[in-house]
Design a protein around this ligand. Structure first.
Ligand code: ZN
Length: 143
């Protein structure tokens, strides 16, 4: 029994490697296309570029009063391609899952809310509704 335990050690207190590359890539693609005010909305969170290269900020859909006295989305933490400051496991998993297939996650959001994941506009025409995202946003974000 002892050798079996050694062959399958449980590693604790080690940050697991993360993979958020798909989301970082989509945001960077949108930045490279010259788009301003970039964000991607998903069921449980919103991603926006930070001023730091390769680092994206994660916000809640929930709004709160900010330091300037206006309402803004609650900041949750940041992600890079392979690291995060997020602490809540279920949220990390939701972000990783969206990163694994950003288009699929954007489409789910679009079909559930009727809004484009990227620009937040209502999906009105047949193609947008079918795609679950605006076709121009889809191209700009490389989805
Ligand atoms: Zn859009």
């Amino acid at each position: 029994m002892a050798t079996a335990t050694l062959r399958h050690p449980i590693i604790r207190h080690t940050a697991a490697p993360r993979n958020f590359a798909g989301l970082v890539r989509a945001i960077e693609k949108a930045q490279a296309s010259g788009l301003k005010r970039i964000s991607m909305r998903f069921a449980d969170f919103i991603i926006k570029p930070s001023k730091y290269e390769g680092k994206m900020y994660v916000f809640s859909h929930e709004k709160e009063l900010n330091q300037w006295g206006t309402m803004s989305n609650k900041y949750l933490g940041w992600i890079t391609s392979n690291a995060t400051s997020l602490g809540e496991v279920s949220l990390i998993q939701a972000v990783e899952s969206a990163a694994a297939d950003p288009y699929a996650a954007a489409k789910v959001y679009g079909q559930e809310t009727g809004q484009c994941s990227c620009c937040g506009r209502e999906l009105t025409n047949k193609l947008s509704i079918e795609l679950g995202i605006g076709p121009i946003c889809r191209e700009k974000f490389g989805l």
